[in-house]
Structures are given as C-alpha cells and as structure tokens.
Design a binder for this molecule. Structure first.
Ligand code: AKB
Length: 319
C-alpha cells in the first residue's frame, strides 16, 4: 500500500471492528480512525483517531494530506429506521460524504475506496427469494434510495474516471462489540442482550419475517477480501450481493432456546415491519463467490454461540 488507510465512521458497529482488523493486518499507525464521536476504549487506544464530520470535505481533505492516505473506507451512514425519521438529513449525510470521497479519488488524491451498500437497495417489486445480483430495484426507504443512488455513482466514477471503488451490499450484520444505530435488522442483536438479561424479548418484527443476515467476522472478512482482490477480479463496480444466512425472528429465537431453554419471545411489529417487508428474504451472491472467491464461515448455531458468549462477557464487565 502506497499510503495509509482512513476509516470514516470508524466508531460505528462495522467501523469499529473493521478498524481493529485493519490495524491487526497492516499495523496500528497505518490505520487512521475518524468519526464525529469517540469510540470504544480499544479503538481509541490502539491507533490514531481524528474527530471529523463525514460531510465536511475540507476536514476530510486535510486528514488525507496530513496522513498521506491512499485508501478510504467510508462507513458513515444513517441507517434505514433512523433515516425514515429524518429523510433529508439522511440523504445529505449518505450522499455528500460519498461524493467527497469519489471526487478525491477522481482527482487522484486517494487510490482506492470502499463504500458499503445494503440489501436496502431492493424494494417491494424485487424477487424476494435468492434475489439475483442484477434485478428490479425500486427501494421504498430513504436509506435504500441513497444506497441505490450511491451504487450508480460508484459505477459511474469507475467507468468514466477509472476510480477504484469497491462495494458490498451488506445484509443485517450481527455483532456484540458495538451496538448498531437505527437499523431494521437490529432486532437480531437486541434479542441476545434481552435473552441474557431478562430471558425474554419482544420483537419489533413479526415472527415470520425472513431477512438476510451475517455474523460480523464474515462481514469483515468479505470487506478485507474485496479490497485485497486484484482490480481485474472486481467485475461489479456498483455493489456485490453478499450473503451468509437467512432467518426469521422465530427461527432465531428457537436457536437461542437451544442454549437458553427458558427464553421466551413475543411479537409487536412497529413501523420497521414495513421496511423489512420491502426487502429480500434471501440473496444470491454467486457472483461474489466466483469473482473474488467469497465464502462465509458462520452458520446459525455458531453465530448464536459466539453472540451469547460475547454478550455475556460484556454484561459481566459492565456490572
Ligand atoms: C439496516 O437495517 O438498516 C441495516 C442494513 C440492512 O443495511 N442493517
């Protein structure tokens, strides 16, 4: 790598674990974390941190110059449920931050960009099962519209200006180190905290709502793999479908009950149900598997075991 890595939105759910992984791989000083707020103790103490607003182009450019940045991972975004409450704010954050980075890459200030897309790019008219890489996309959420638009711009900047931008359509990502902020798939994380604390959980999605999901370690592996793959292997410059698991709240609850038999689940769907209903239940990611040999490691029961162990460890230390 010619220069250092900058992670924008490094203190969020995925940003935190991605930063730690990249510091492990390339050295602590090589990976600069930035966010509008400070992050976990581990993140803050393991390498450089800079306070920065992802929409402030001048500040981001100053960081690129100061640290001799060659790669940017733009992880800052407003997620689906929160974005519905503040549509214009979400649009501005999700789009402005992307345009700044794509333009820096176009002007050769940086060499490579990672930008996450999401299953939210799909909508109610998309085939629901085994959703193909290329299909009908009519997203009905602000978040989905911003991710779909972002995908089009990524492809445009690649085709027109040769920008080396790489992207994944993340499913719901399940982890315990840092809580997610305002997603529709968040129930699949809350459930573990409540199962351990109260042996009961009320799901905001109905029992039979199937959604694509993935354990954090697999999401991080996919992100590192796509960024390390030789450029000619990356055939899709909008964003790749990415898949590991697909389950409903009921099936997840049953998997938790195998470990905690007294655990009880009830259902009180709220406004997030409509968002979930507009998304696919399962994703066909064969193109990622062929192009850059993507492969997931975690199945349902290993995810449940890891989550229960991780969350209970955390509960012990926060007592
Ligand atoms: C959300 O629920 O908004 C996110 C996503 C699927 O992109 N987790």
């Amino acid at each position: 790598m010619a220069g250092k890595i900058l992670i924008i939105g490094a203190c969020g759910q995925i940003g935190t674990e991605l930063t730690l992984k990249l510091r492990d791989l390339y050295g602590n000083d090589q990976v600069v974390a930035s966010d509008i707020r400070e992050g976990s103790e581990e993140l803050m103490s393991s390498g450089p941190f800079e306070a920065a607003d992802a929409t402030d182009a001048t500040r981001i450019e100053a960081l690129i110059d100061q640290y001799n940045i060659s790669e940017v991972y733009l992880m800052a975004a407003m997620l689906s449920a929160t974005a519905e409450k503040a549509p214009m704010k979400a649009w501005n954050l999700n789009m402005d931050s992307l345009f700044h980075i794509l333009n820096f890459a176009k002007d050769k200030k940086i060499e490579k960009v990672f930008w996450p897309s999401s299953i939210a790019v799909f909508g109610p008219t998309t085939p629901k099962n085994d959703t193909p890489q290329t299909t009908i996309m009519e997203p009905s959420t602000v978040y989905g519209i911003s991710k779909q638009t972002g995908e089009r711009w990524c492809e445009y900047f690649h085709d027109k200006y040769g920008v080396d931008v790489r992207s994944l359509r993340y499913p719901g990502i399940i982890s315990y180190k840092t809580l997610p902020g305002g997603g529709t798939t968040d129930y699949a994380i809350e459930i573990f905290h409540e199962a351990l604390k109260n042996k009961a959980y009320t799901s905001f999605l109905a029992e039979d709502t199937g959604l694509p999901m993935m354990y954090m370690d697999d999401a991080i592996k996919a992100t590192v793999d796509i960024m390390e793959a030789p450029s000619e292997k990356i055939k899709v410059r909008s964003s790749y479908n990415l898949s590991a698991l697909s389950f409903t709240p009921k099936v997840l609850a049953e998997a938790i009950q195998k470990e905690i038999p007294e655990f009880k689940i009830s259902y009180e769907p709220d406004f997030r149900q409509k968002i979930a209903d507009s998304w696919p239940s399962s994703i066909d990611d064969s193109q990622a598997r062929v192009d850059w040999q993507w492969k997931h490691d975690f199945d349902m029961q290993s995810l449940v075991k890891e989550m229960l162990a991780g969350v209970s460890e955390q509960l012990k230390t926060t007592k």
